[in-house]
Design a protein around this ligand. Structure first.
Ligand code: ADP
Length: 332
């Protein structure tokens, strides 16, 4: 797919919003959009709560100084929201009318696949230009090696696993740690490798309770007294309890369950996330200035790239099979 272009010569005012699930580093991305935009003489307008703020004209001009002291903060100062009504064309038309009435000529959308789908429709239906910045702790967005928030979420989960391992080792216990990841196992695999998990359960390639029992037994046979299994929540948060039950029925092993849940979303972003968010936020402004739109900025290797939404939305990014097999080999 080729990049869509719009006439950016007359662009004066760019709106920025955060949408969908929050991710640590969103504030660093907002800051980069504002400061890079103002550096180029643009006005930057903050849209509150994502699409709801667009439909209700909740627009606030953002200044250089309003970005002070936010780079280290988790969450999003613009708030984020979900709005099922945005699936209706007339609601999207109202949003575009509001934006045009306020003189906002283009948008930076900081969010995930759902938010990009809404943005894609704004271009298709109204030729309204949007550039997306990928921010989700799940890292499951195609076209970019990394999404904002993933590294922080992995580090939070890893810290929890390290603590649990202390208890597991002291009491000779089996633990199942459930991490976030509805449709993808990126967090589980990274945490599993970095935390030395004995087995990793991911939605893409589900391990079975039989496999887990076999690996636990193998560990015991060579003197191992404690084990940690990592499971992505999948579509059923709390599935770690089902796994624990299945393992108990098959083997008699009693597993303790720890569900990390929303703590993985919070907290100060890591340096990797702050740098990524700074590059992508600034890159989104540069892309708009070049007249590029209906696309996402991402990182591929060392390069900052602009990828058409058509190549991003609904495209599944695969967890590295090399990492999955490495985790297995190293945890023997
Ligand atoms: P994320 O951006 O993190 O994937 P969601 O999937 O919750 O988050 O999407 C955020 C918002 O984007 C939704 O609440 C809705 O307002 C809008 N959106 C999502 N999918 C669509 C769609 N198919 N059409 C129009 N708007 C959508």
């Amino acid at each position: 797919m080729t990049l869509k272009k719009f006439d950016s010569q007359t662009l004066k005012n760019v709106g920025v919003f955060t949408s969908g699930g929050d991710a640590p580093g969103m504030n660093a991305a907002i800051r980069a959009v504002v400061r890079m935009g103002i550096h180029h003489g643009l006005q930057i307008t903050g849209i509150m709560q994502g699409y709801p703020g667009m439909v209700n004209s909740e627009f606030n001009p953002l200044s250089l100084s309003s970005m002070a002291n936010i780079i280290q903060r988790g969450g999003t100062i613009l708030k984020t929201g979900r709005m099922p009504e945005f699936h209706q064309p007339e609601v999207r038309a109202r949003a575009v009318a509001n934006l045009r009435a306020a003189g906002i000529g283009a948008l930076v959308c900081i969010g995930g696949d759902g938010s990009f789908t809404g943005a894609h429709l704004l271009w298709q239906e109204h030729q309204y230009p949007v550039v997306g910045v990928p921010a989700t702790i799940d890292n499951d967005i195609a076209g970019t090696d990394l999404t904002i928030g993933f590294d922080t979420a992995v580090n939070v989960a890893l810290d929890a696993i390290d603590r649990i391992r202390d208890t597991a080792a002291s009491h000779d216990r089996l633990f199942i740690v459930e991490v976030m990841g509805r449709d993808s196992g990126f967090i589980a695999v990274s945490v599993g490798v970095a935390g030395g998990a004995e087995e990793i359960f991911i939605p893409e390639n589900p391990a079975t309770a039989d496999q887990a029992v076999e690996r636990i037994r193998r560990g015991i046979s060579r003197g191992k007294r404690s084990s940690i299994l990592v499971a992505a929540e999948g579509h059923k948060p709390g599935r770690a309890y089902d796994l624990a039950e299945a393992i108990r029925k098959k083997s008699g092993f009693e597993a303790k369950v720890c569900i990390l849940g929303h703590i993985q979303r919070g907290g100060s972003p890591t340096a990797i996330d702050r740098i990524l968010a700074s590059r992508l936020g600034a890159g989104a402004v540069e892309a708009l200035r070049r007249g590029e739109c209906d696309a996402m900025v991402g990182v591929q290797g060392d390069a900052l790239v602009t990828v058409p939404f058509d190549n991003v939305i609904g495209v599944k990014k695969k967890v590295s099979s090399e990492l999955v097999s490495l985790a297995r080999t190293l945890s023997i």
